[in-house]
Design a protein around this ligand. Structure first.
Ligand code: ADP
Ligand code: MG
Length: 280
C-alpha cells in the first residue's frame, strides 16, 4: 500500500489538484458576452490569481481580438480535416495522437493566459469518436489551469456535447432590452434542460446607461437569477472596440473594469482570491 508520506511533494500536489474553476458566459448576441469574458480574464491575470485558459466557443469568434491573440486554427477546422481526409494522418500515428498533436498547435499561448478557439463546424452524430477525443482532451487540458473562462454562443448546446466537467459560475448577460431579457430566460431554461452541471448561475446586466424603469426591473426579477452585477455603458469600452485594441489597454480606471473587479471577488471561493504565489 502506498503511504502518503512516501510521495514526493510534486506527486502530492498532483493528487490534490482540483479541476479549474470554470466560468462560462452566455447571453443574446450583442449583450456583452465577449466583453465580460475579456474583463474577467484581465482581472484574473492582473491580480495574478492563477493561470487562465480562455475558450472561445462562439462560432463568430472574436475573443482573440480582445485578448490580442492571433488564431492559429480552430477545433472546428481540425475536426473537418480529420473527418474529411483520414489519409493525412501520418502513417504509424493513431487518429487520437494526431488530433492531440494538432490540438496543441491550435492552443495560442500568452502571458498568464492561453486561448483555444472552437470555431465553426458541428458534424452529424457519427462525429462522436472525434468528439470523445476532444472531450477527453478538454478535460485533461483544463486541469493544467487554475481558471477556465468560456465565451459561448447564445445557446449552450456545445457545452454538453464537448465537455463533461461542469461550470462553477455561469454568467448570463443581458442589457435592459426586453428581447435580451427574454433570451436570458430561455438560456437559463436551456441550461437546465441540457443537464449541464452548473454550480451557480448569475445575471449580469450590461451597457446600463440609466436607472432601470420599474417594469424592466420586474421582468428581470422574474428570471429568478441572482443579479450579480450591473456594468455601466462605458465609453472606454467603445473606444477600445473602435481602435481594435486588446483589453490589456483598457484604462484601469474604467467603470466597467471596476464593476468586474468586484464581480470576480464575489464569485471566487475565498481560497482563490489571493495571488497564486501567496497561496502555495
Ligand atoms: N458596458 C459597455 N459599454 C459600452 N459598450 C459596450 C459595453 N459592453 C459591450 N459593449 C460593446 O457592445 C458590442 C457588443 O459587445 P460584445 O461583448 O461583443 O457582445 P456579445 O459577445 O454578447 O455579442 C461591442 O462593440 C462592445 O464593445
Ligand atoms: Mg461575442
Amino acid at each position: 500500500m502506498i503511504n502518503i508520506n512516501d510521495l514526493t511533494d510534486l506527486q502530492k500536489g498532483q493528487d490534490r489538484r482540483k479541476d479549474a474553476f470554470t466560468i462560462a458566459v452566455a447571453g443574446k448576441g450583442g449583450t456583452g458576452k465577449t466583453t465580460l469574458a475579456g474583463l474577467i480574464i484581465r482581472v484574473l491575470v492582473e491580480r495574478e490569481l492563477g493561470s487562465v485558459l480562455a475558450v472561445d466557443a462562439d462560432p463568430n469568434a472574436n475573443l482573440n481580438e480582445l485578448l490580442g491573440f492571433e488564431v492559429q486554427g480552430t477545433i472546428g477546422q481540425l475536426e473537418a480535416e480529420v473527418l474529411e481526409d483520414d489519409g493525412e494522418i501520418p502513417p504509424g500515428m493513431t487518429k487520437k495522437r494526431w488530433m492531440e498533436y494538432n490540438l496543441q498547435q491550435i492552443l495560442a499561448e500568452g502571458k498568464g493566459k492561453d486561448l483555444l478557439v472552437m470555431g465553426r463546424g458541428e458534424g452529424p452524430s457519427c462525429y462522436c469518436a472525434v468528439n470523445n477525443i476532444l472531450r477527453e482532451y478538454m478535460v485533461n487540458l483544463s486541469k493544467n489551469y487554475d481558471f477556465v473562462v468560456m465565451d459561448n454562443e447564445a445557446g449552450m448546446e456545445h457545452l454538453s456535447r464537448r465537455t463533461t466537467s461542469g461550470v462553477d459560475a455561469l454568467m448570463v448577460t443581458s442589457t435592459e432590452n426586453p428581447v435580451a431579457i427574454k433570451s436570458a430566460q430561455r438560456i437559463n431554461e436551456l441550461v437546465k434542460d441540457l443537464g449541464i452541471q452548473v454550480e451557480k448561475s448569475y445575471l449580469v446586466l450590461n451597457d446600463i446607461s440609466k436607472e432601470l424603469p420599474e417594469r424592466t426591473d420586474k421582468e428581470i426579477d422574474k428570471l429568478g437569477l441572482e443579479r450579480l452585477a450591473e456594468i455601466p455603458r462605458d465609453e472606454s469600452i467603445l473606444e477600445l472596440c473602435r481602435e481594435g485594441e486588446p483589453i490589456d489597454q483598457l484604462n484601469p480606471e474604467s467603470p466597467s473594469l471596476k464593476v468586474v473587479g468586484r464581480l470576480v471577488e464575489e464569485i471566487l471561493p475565498d481560497s482563490m482570491k489571493t495571488p497564486k504565489a501567496d497561496r502555495l
